[in-house]
Design a protein around this ligand. Structure first.
Ligand code: UD1
Length: 373
């Protein structure tokens, strides 16, 4: 097939491009080579597979999109602005790049390529807000964010919205109510709903993959607005202590980027998940403390993390994926366990010379009142 990957020069997109080429597909990439991710004035990233055709352009540019769609039989939409915190003070930029970007792409698909065999869109676990929890007394609960008054007491764990007892995190299924807590998350819900509704209307088989916290080689280590595994790698490589919000016992479902790429391929090759949203994660929660100790041993960092006794506005406490649907509908099984994955991340990170701009980005968040005590 001839396949378009938007954002194909990025972290997830480029791994997907590798896999599609390996399967014998022809791949075109539409990517704006965003300076925050790729560095200012840099051209085609050296890791982007030589056989991928690169069209440099923005997903909001109708002409670039039309050109990129020529002859294409399937589309993977991976292009997005991804900084959760940054989205709270660059609201227009995020809504424009993500929500409007999806709209322009879908308009062009409708006009030019109604006969697509598949559309796969990158959605995000951030649309859930908090994950699913179980209360000993009240059973399964879907709490909203922890109140500021609780967090300012440094009482970090999630409490039952009914009886205030501490609740235990449980794997989160796709039918948990969606409570996006950032502009970024709202735009990811837009991605998912725009693609699924347009796909449904025109009978273009469409799958929305709800990615959990992705880590691995090629994540932009010098981008201080990216995910925590890349940020901590950058800090440690620069000899700086990673700054930890809350108490480091918050957890995320860290999923290796090659597993994410494989889930995309499965969505292309199977029809089981068509017109649906599907979680893609490891199925397991890992605390930041576990991440730090593993990463430090693999990177060779012997300092201590800095527990800053603060919290980030809008952060959730725990969320891991229930991957039953991905298993059943796509035959997806995570193949890289966390230790192996961190080995892989660290081995690659050690070959990089990232610029540590994390303090500046944190000061910016604080200036906007988004880091609290
Ligand atoms: C992340 C991604 C989001 C993606 C989602 C699901 C970013 C910024 N966020 O959101 O795009 O949709 O996963 O894949 O890329 N933390 C620290 N110190 C730091 C940075 C973070 O303690 O220097 C903590 C945070 O307070 C939070 C946890 O690490 O408790 C995870 O943060 P982050 O990596 O930003 O993940 P999400 O907010 O889950």
């Amino acid at each position: 097939m001839k396949i378009l990957v938007t954002g194909g020069a990025g972290f997830v997109g480029s791994h997907l491009v590798d896999l599609l080429l390996e399967r014998g597909h022809q791949v075109r990439v539409l990517d704006n080579l965003e300076p925050q991710v790729h560095g200012a004035g840099r051209g085609r990233p050296e890791y982007l597979h030589a056989e991928a055709e690169l069209v440099v352009g923005d997903v909001r540019d109708r002409d670039a999109v039309r050109h990129a769609l020529r002859g294409v039989e399937a589309v993977f939409h991976q292009a997005a602005a991804v900084g959760v915190g940054q989205s709270m003070y660059e609201i227009e930029r995020y809504v424009s790049a993500n929500s409007l970007g999806a709209a322009v792409l879908l308009d062009a698909i409708h006009a030019e390529r109604k006969d697509l065999a598949k559309m796969v869109v990158a959605s995000s676990m951030s649309i859930y807000g908090e994950g699913l929890y179980v209360c000993e007394g009240c059973g399964p609960v879907h709490p909203r964010l922890r109140p500021d008054a609780q967090l300012s007491e440094h009482d970090w764990e999630m409490r039952c919205p009914g009886c205030r007892r501490i609740v235990a995190p449980a794997p989160t299924p796709e039918d948990k109510p969606l409570y996006p807590t950032s502009v970024y998350a709202v735009t990811k819900r837009d991605h998912e709903e725009l693609f699924l509704s347009v796909g449904e209307a025109y009978r273009i088989p469409t799958v929305a993959l709800r990615y959990f916290n992705i880590y691995g080689p090629r994540q932009a280590l010098s981008n201080p607005y990216t995910g925590v595994a890349a940020i901590f790698s950058c800090r440690m490589l620069s000899g700086n202590a990673p700054s930890v919000f809350e108490d480091g016992l918050q957890s995320r479902d860290f999923v290796h980027v090659r597993d994410i790429a494989r889930a995309n391929l499965l969505a292309l090759e199977n029809s089981g998940a068509d017109y649906q949203a599907v979680n893609v994660g490891s199925g397991r929660g890992t605390t930041l403390r576990e991440l730090i100790s593993l990463l430090a041993s693999r990177i060779g960092y012997d300092g201590h993390p800095d527990y800053v006794q603060r919290f980030r506005a809008g952060d959730i406490r725990h969320c891991s994926a229930d991957i039953t649907r991905a298993r059943k509908l796509l035959g997806f099984e995570p193949s890289i366990d966390f230790e192996q994955g961190v080995d892989d991340l660290a081995a690659w990170a050690r070959t990089q010379r990232p610029i540590d701009a994390v303090d500046t980005a944190r000061a910016e968040l604080a200036r906007h009142g988004l880091i609290r005590q």
